[in-house]
Write a protein that binds this ligand. Structure first.
Ligand code: PGA
Length: 248
């Protein structure tokens, strides 16, 4: 019998603001041939202008795709924003919400992130809600408090909404720095998130780890009970490296 908490592994790439039509073509061609492990789902979150190229290249492959942000609004006078319905038209499965770069560089609050997640759900996308503490917050002993605060409006959406989301724990000090959280440091936070999810009857929600994940450190992170996959930045730009993570 399968447990209600059987959580298929998910490895998602976050290209950030990288790529060009020519560079993407080579990367997407390599991804098209992906043969991820049977227990692993795989996807890439690409810059908005490349969604059409990505959809065309990955259609029918094992790799799904999505965006790195989504508007909290359905439509209207929001210059520069992209709605969840627009993403859905390009076959997106995923929309990141609340990546730490959006929170710190664009002032996204915990409530705005929850509104973005709701908007994504409304359009049938799976929001991937990112949380994580800064180095100062970790050193101040406030890691779990920060995560709890960031998750509060997300958890308030309730078990049904949560069951259609993915969460990602990305300590800010580990993003793009080459400094990964140890598996134990990550598990401590993932375990706390799992307890909160279970308390709402949503223990099956997948919680990814992100922050300098590469093929060399992914296996030890994936070995942790409450780490259900990875959100991969830099290493997702190199097809071979990314696919090695998905093959674990
Ligand atoms: P990184 O980025 O793997 O390059 O550290 C992860 C992320 O920001 O999602």
């Amino acid at each position: 019998m399968t447990s209600v908490e059987d959580r298929a592994r998910l490895v998602l790439g976050n290209w950030k603001m990288h790529g060009s039509l020519a560079e993407n073509a080579a990367l997407l061609q390599a991804l098209r041939a992906a043969d991820p492990a049977a227990h692993c789902e795989i996807g890439v979150c690409v810059p908005f202008p490349y969604l059409a190229q990505t959809a065309e290249a990955l259609q029918g492959s094992a790799v799904s795709w999505g965006a790195q942000d989504v508007s909290a609004h359905a439509k209207g006078a929001y210059t520069g924003e992209v709605s969840a319905a627009m993403l859905q038209e390009f076959g997106c499965r995923w929309a990141l919400a609340g990546h730490s770069e959006r929170r710190s560089l664009h002032g996204e609050t915990d409530q705005v992130v929850a509104d973005k997640a709701s908007a994504a759900l409304q359009a049938g996308l799976t929001p991937v809600v990112c949380v994580g503490e800064s180095l100062a917050e970790r050193e101040g002993g406030d890691t779990l408090g920060v995560i709890e605060r960031q998750l509060e409006p997300i958890l308030a959406l309730g078990a049904d909404a949560l069951s259609r989301m993915v969460l990602a724990y990305e300590p800010v000090w580990a993003i793009g720095t080459g400094r990964t959280a140890t598996p134990e440091q990550a598990q401590e936070v993932h375990g706390a998130i799992r307890v909160a999810l279970r308390g709402l009857g949503a223990g099956q929600v997948r919680v990814l780890y992100g922050g300098s994940v590469k093929a060399a450190n992914a296996a030890s992170l994936f070995a942790m009970t409450d780490i259900d996959g990875a959100l991969v930045g830099g290493a997702s730009l190199v097809a071979e490296e990314f696919l090695r993570i998905a093959a674990i």
